[in-house]
Design a protein around this ligand. Structure first.
Ligand code: HEM
Length: 452
């Protein structure tokens, strides 16, 4: 029987979560709550600079701050402890009892969400171990090395298309987010998962619509768009999995389905959650790594010149991009027991926010943390891929795509410059560019000659 709440479910869900939070965030920020101020600063691309000032204030009081929703860890040591210490686990803070809990259960969404169980991101052993084991082998260093050549081909094909248009004089400036940064990772992850290449624009559109699903305190209009994108993505995923059942191939999802049929694998819901997360995480973050990297390198020509002289530094440059401008700003955990963090008592079940961006700019660990330096020796100590059990499963793949993607672009267009009109994505947790127009400049001689 269809619930009488069905038509208003999304609105009630929004009200119970984001709507209420919005009021509290604004009021708190006005009354001096640094967490509220952090959320508002992260929501407005023009205020992103204010975040550094807030991190500094929290560093000055020991690196951990008690905000109105959670404790916030900003020092490198405290963030590491939250991500990998035994006293913290993932999960969603839950209301304990009462009418709100019953209402929340009645309006719960049945479609895939990256931040609800059984998503890998919010499950713990033994389930988490089981899911991760099934997908890990595709993302090992060796497996990723084998994908390098194919990634290089995809990057070259995408740039060939740009060169064609560049030559025929059709392009004054080009938006690299739509023409390159999004298409490269979505093509690679689609091939890993057995998604036909024709589907990649559809997948990108779902990703764009659902990217804010990690955020909180969303306005109703954004929430409605996210909800719609998740419903459509869920429908697409169901059809795609049914298609793969009939047309299995040598790809990760076909293997997961086979494992399911052996009776040792995943339930239908677990299969969808794992497939959905790997697909979405596979491009929604790497697109930001690429766009942030292009913006940084194009605005620091002396660093680019260093890379052109010493190409062996490219791997380190990618880690420096991840450190200084991380694609995922923060994550969260819950205290598994009463514990202590940076001198603050944290009670069991209380949420803690781990600011990956602040940890990456901790002056205790990184000298001149706001300086972009591709030769920085400890750039790799950044926490942009999180840590502990939930350390990013795709880190090797993302690093490889970042290196191949950035290097191929700048080798081909060494004079590339930023054009007016760049804008940041409106998401709060994922940080990258929505538009990044550039002028490609002269083609590199070798590249131009080789391609006639
Ligand atoms: C620059 C690119 C990327 C960044 C910055 C990034 C960042 C992260 C972070 C911060 C987490 C952990 C969140 C937490 O601890 O709560 C995570 C988890 C994850 N990432 Fe990535 N990621 C990137 C690329 C990828 C790619 C290419 C894939 C594709 C396979 C991927 C798949 C995953 C998965 C499946 C998880 C969940 C792991 C778990 O919970 O056990 N990521 N990622």
């Amino acid at each position: 029987m269809v619930s009488p709440l069905q038509p208003v479910k999304p609105f009630v869900r929004w009200g119970l979560t984001h709507g209420l939070l919005r009021v509290v965030i604004r009021r708190g920020a006005k009354n001096g709550d640094l967490q509220g101020q952090m959320i508002l600063a992260a929501s407005d691309p023009d205020k992103a600079g204010e975040l550094e000032g807030i991190y500094d204030q929290i560093r000055a009081v020991g690196g951990v701050y008690r905000g109105q929703f959670s404790h916030i860890a900003v020092s490198h040591a405290a963030v590491k402890e939250v991500l990998s210490g035994a006293d913290f686990r993932t999960g969603i803070p839950t209301l304990q009892k009462g009418v709100m809990v019953r209402l929340a259960a009645a309006v719960k969404s049945e479609v895939f969400s990256p931040v609800e169980p059984p998503s890998l991101l919010v499950t713990e052993p033994p389930d988490h171990t089981r899911y991760r084991k099934l997908v890990t082998r595709v993302f090992t260093a060796r497996a990723v090395d084998q994908l390098r050549e194919r990634t290089q081909e995809v990057a070259t094909e995408l740039l060939d298309a740009l060169v064609e248009r560049h030559r025929s004089g059709q392009l004054d400036s080009v938006d690299l987010v739509t023409e390159y940064c999004g298409l490269l990772p979505v093509t690679v992850i689609s091939e890993i998962l057995g998604v036909p290449v024709e589907e990649r624009e559809t997948i990108l559109a779902y990703g764009e619509g659902a990217a804010a699903s990690l955020d909180f305190g969303l306005p109703w209009s954004t929430y409605r768009e996210v909800d719609r994108a998740l419903v459509e993505f869920d429908g697409w995923l169901t059809t795609h999995l049914a298609w793969l059942r009939k047309n299995p191939g040598d790809n990760l999802l076909s293997h997961l389905i086979a494992a399911q049929e052996d009776g040792v694998g995943l339930t239908e819901l677990e299969l969808k959650a794992t497939a959905g997360l790997v697909l979405a995480a596979g491009f929604e973050t790497t697109v930001n790594l690429l766009s942030n990297g292009i913006a940084l390198l194009a605005s620091h020509p002396e660093q680019l010149a260093l890379l052109q002289e010493r190409p062996e530094l490219w791997g380190n440059a990618v880690d420096e991009v991840l450190r200084i401008d991380p694609p995922v700003l923060l994550t969260g955990r819950i205290a598994a027991r009463d514990t202590e963090l940076g001198g603050e008592v944290v009670r069991e079940t209380m949420p803690v926010t781990a600011s990956l961006a602040a940890a990456n700019h901790d002056p205790e660990i990184f000298t001149d943390p706001l300086v972009f330096d591709v030769t920085r020796e400890n750039a790799r100590e950044h926490l942009s891929f999180s840590g502990g059990r939930h350390y990013c499963l795709g880190a090797q793949l993302a690093r490889m795509e970042g290196e191949v993607g950035l290097r191929t672009l700048f080798d081909r267009f060494p004079d590339l410059t930023l054009a007016p009109g760049a804008s940041r994505r409106p998401t709060r947790i994922l940080r990258g560019y929505k538009h990044l127009p550039v002028r490609l400049g002269e083609l590199a001689r070798a590249g131009a000659d080789a391609r006639g």
